[in-house]
Design a binder for this molecule. Structure first.
Ligand code: HEC
Length: 196
């Protein structure tokens, strides 16, 4: 992967293979740079207010059930605007839901973020032939996260962890500390008429 240019102060642009020709016009890329952060913000706000509401009304264990049932309905929505469709995902190297694993390209961006931790971390765009991935890092930015992603027996109670394992037997998403990099938002855009 080659880093090719800095588009704006807060956005880095990567191209997967230098010889790749993209189907996206400059206007498409500008659109994607405008829309993706809004999609991330709306999804983040919907998910976190549902999470906080569920924890305060029914407790952490019940919120695990809630995330299990509803997280994908927040993140699997597709948005269509003009000639492009957008889909939002959360991916992690230590994923809880098996659907949230990282592709090789995701991992390269994730490693780039890991190396830049402690500095200002930017949104990143990867342009492939027929799709664009827009990434933003997700940090453990709130002690609340540690109730389900921290250390078992400390911030994660044994009861909560039993509940997590009953839903996600292959869970890897524990042992985080405050400010750790947890994963990434990923907004994937396609040109509607190019979709197979
Ligand atoms: C009540 C427990 C709970 C809390 C609190 C919680 N999470 Fe999670 N988290 C989950 C569950 C359950 C999933 C799996 C959701 C699914 O099935 O897609 C998950 C999935 C994720 C994922 C997707 C990647 C993966 O591992 O599958 C990210 C990223 C994430 N959480 C970050 C956070 C952050 C950041 C916070 C704090 C703001 C947080 N979580 C708070 C339970 C929780």
């Amino acid at each position: 992967m080659k880093y090719i240019s800095i588009l704006a102060s807060s956005i880095l642009l990567f191209s997967c293979k230098k010889e790749d020709k993209t189907l996206f016009s400059t206007e498409d890329i500008e659109d994607i740079k405008q829309h993706s952060p809004i999609i991330i913000k709306n999804t983040f706000e919907a998910l976190s207010s549902a999470l906080v509401g569920e924890i305060s009304e029914n407790g952490v264990e019940s919120a695990v059930d809630y995330c299990n049932i509803h997280a994908s309905s927040f993140t699997e929505m597709a948005f269509v605007d003009n000639n492009k469709s957008y889909k939002i995902y959360r991916v992690s190297d230590k994923n809880r839901n098996p659907n949230n694993t990282m592709s090789e390209v995701d991992l390269q961006i994730f490693n780039y973020y890991k190396e830049s931790m402690g500095q200002i971390v930017n949104d990143t765009i990867v342009i492939e032939n027929d799709k664009i991935n827009y990434y933003r890092p997700i940090q453990i930015n709130n002690p609340l996260c540690l109730q389900c992603h921290g250390k078992v027996g400390e911030t994660v109670t044994n009861e909560v962890y039993d509940k997590i394992l009953s839903k996600y037997p292959k869970d890897k998403a524990i042992n985080y500390q405050l400010n750790d990099l947890r994963g990434m938002w990923k907004v994937v855009s396609h040109l509607e008429n190019e979709k197979k």
